[in-house]
Design a protein around this ligand. Sequence first.
Ligand SMILES: [Zn+2]
Length: 473
Amino acid sequence: MMRRTAAVLAGKATGMLSRLSRRGGGTTLPGDVARAIDPDVLRKLARDLKFGSVVITGTNGKTTTARLISWLLEGAGHRVVSNRAGANLIFGATAAALESAGADGRLRADWGVFEIDEASLPKAVDEIQPKAVIVLNLFRDQLDRYGELESIAKRIESALERLPAGSRALLNADDPRVAEIGLDLPAPPLWLGIEDTSVAERDLPHAADARTCPRCGASLIFDAVYVGHDGVYRCPNKDFTRPAADITATNIQLDGFDNIAMTVGMRRAYSADRATETQAVKPDQRLELPLGGLYNCYNALAAYAAGVTIGLEPQYIAERLKNFRAAFGRQERMEFRGRHLNLVLSKNPAGFNETLRTAVDLAKGNSFLIALNDRKADGTDVSWIWDVDFERLKGKATVLVPAGSRAHDLAVRFKYAGIDAAPPEPDPGRALDALVKATPEGETAHLLTTYTAMLDLRAELVRRGWAKPYWET
Ligand SMILES: [Zn+2]
């Protein structure tokens, strides 16, 4: 007990110092310090949670999904602990728990909602003992930051095999790599999936990673492609196919970056304690929320499924989602000298392809700033931009500013794609100026950027008084 208190206090002090020195949000340092003093500190703090935790993992969508679930819980009067964007290693989860702990080393909160990177999931499950784990997708992230997708899938599988009794895995049936994880779990997962071919694409994008059957290695046949390699797939040898979804999204309507609407159906549901398992326990529910892009349908579907699994009412969820606010830096809008800026995080090939598709096809965008950095959080090898279908911009982009520390690499990529672009502009301030100068007043410009490039652009906008520092939002 004393050790835990010491760990919590040291961690909290570190957090305070770090904020005073303006190193800003997303830090994991308090977690590092506390865990050095008491390696079991997160396990102990997690036990203090009144109702338990939800853990979210996957390559893309973790932050938005975590934010959606926190939003649902907070609206129902719960006190929620959650880690911040970018701090999704086990140290970040520890830091978040520390921040909410009292001086006695106790955590006073109802729920924990933690986004955890794929590689840390076994540790997180072991320490947090979550009530539900969501696996959203497995895409190749900035050139295999964590090694091959197969070995990541194995790690996630081993974590889910050790889920405590009464916990539930919520898996995306549309992702072949995620489906593979769920095939042999001791407790059946709850499968989520989109079932609306009107929003499907016919072909896999260049960047699709999971093209082969995990059973026999044959090329999978895709009857529909929704996001990246997520879709309706089957092996020609009939030994692997998309699992039937328990919770489905149908009748999807997409309105640029502004709105999505979809009908969620529940074919099978489990209570959190698995005591009851009934068929079609909930009527279909129409969801509408102010997020853009098909990829966010998966996040909303996952949040809905998690909400119902931990006992929230479908009607309440639908009401609450209508007023959702996107997480910092995922998608953000601001006015800048009479132009509408739409900042959207795009951090890997699968993510970029979806934000491009949303900006070009759904939002009818024609003014773009694309920013690429090569710091550690972005991936130092930027050759992955050759897997992004920038060709989509051809004939559509009338303004295109290559920005970020690797603006010159982007310029080469655009040239290769046959798209006219402005000169590369690595300086964030000058890149914004170039964008605004070329974008007519009253028009919208889309800024698709990697993680630290987003931070740089945002810092520039803060400096000019156009946005608040993110630890104040
Ligand atoms: Zn096969």
